[in-house]
Design a protein around this ligand. Sequence first.
Ligand code: ADP
Length: 372
Amino acid sequence: MSVKEADVLLALDAIQLPDGKKLGSSGRVTGIVINDGKVICAISIDAPEAATMEPVRASAEAKIRALPGVTTALVGLTAEKAPTRGATTPPPAGARPMPQATSKPASLPGVKHIIAVASGKGGVGKSTTSCNLALGLAALGLKVGILDADIYGPSQPRLFGLRGKPRLVGPRMLEPMERYGVKVMSIGFLIEDDAAMIWRGPMVISAITQMLREVAWGELDALVVDLPPGTGDAQLTMAQQTPTSGAVIVSTPQDLALIDARRGIAMFQKVNVPLLGVIENMSSFCCPNCGHVSPIFGHGGARAEAEKLGVPFLGEVPLDMNIRATSDDGRPIVATEPDSPHAKIYKDIAAQVWASLTGGGAARPAPKIVIE
Ligand code: ADP
């Protein structure tokens, strides 16, 4: 007999929340998806509750897993609202001031720095850049992992030329795959190709949180997180719930992309994640026949914009057939043609990112940006 939503909620009523309510009937359980014995759902929280609600999340997972017919349970905490940090509403007259909420997510043991790679929209080369950035960091001699959080279109398995399922180590930890000296985890290893289509915000966040915390990353100097494109609630919550050291924004030079990129910058500003800088991808086209370089998208826009906004500009990656071919072939250029001019660009960007993270560079808090 297959498990029903009502069974899940009933089982969750056995868990009492800190405010005395029963979890199942509290209205906090959202996005229940049941598929072939797999149950995925989220518990809505306010961002500052993240630490106190973690044991509730873990017990909810155990309760669901214990139901007959359930093979896998995946429960995440989701704070759809931005944290109240910096809120300007004055307290009511006579009220005692509330202590400042600290919603900093718990760090990931063994992982020194988490670098989020974001873009305002899809198709700008965020995944290609994340992959080559991770390889560039590895080329510096660092221990590096990459988490493909682009749940709507996971590309890291293809970029790294990896197939198969990750191994389970211990009762619930997954072992990341490894290629070119980089540890790789992707939702693409865990679900069928078209399954991602049905995923909604809270489920996305559940899956990402789990991939972050229930993967045996081991000791890493840097974990690159390839975020889903865009700057919606899911991305914002993820930026909030991930203990990110800094963020990189990938943009193409077109104006529209830059408006989107500005939204990306504003998103990290909202959650107080330092901006490591902007990368202009597909900044110019280099003809494979004659070597002539054409600025087909009006090259230089991202640099000018970054300067205007006071965000570090990390570099320009040209639109190049070889970058596309090696990416689509699972032979990323930094790993397979490490001495090529394009690999050098990515490696320079990686060196700047690392310098910023370790205090030798220009990482700075996100500037104030207003989007009309
Ligand atoms: P996103 O993650 O932003 O959706 P991808 O990294 O998947 O974008 O890139 C989209 C397509 O563009 C892929 O086919 C990729 O090979 C190609 N691409 C990305 N960057 C470059 C580049 N600098 N030169 C040529 N092709 C690129």
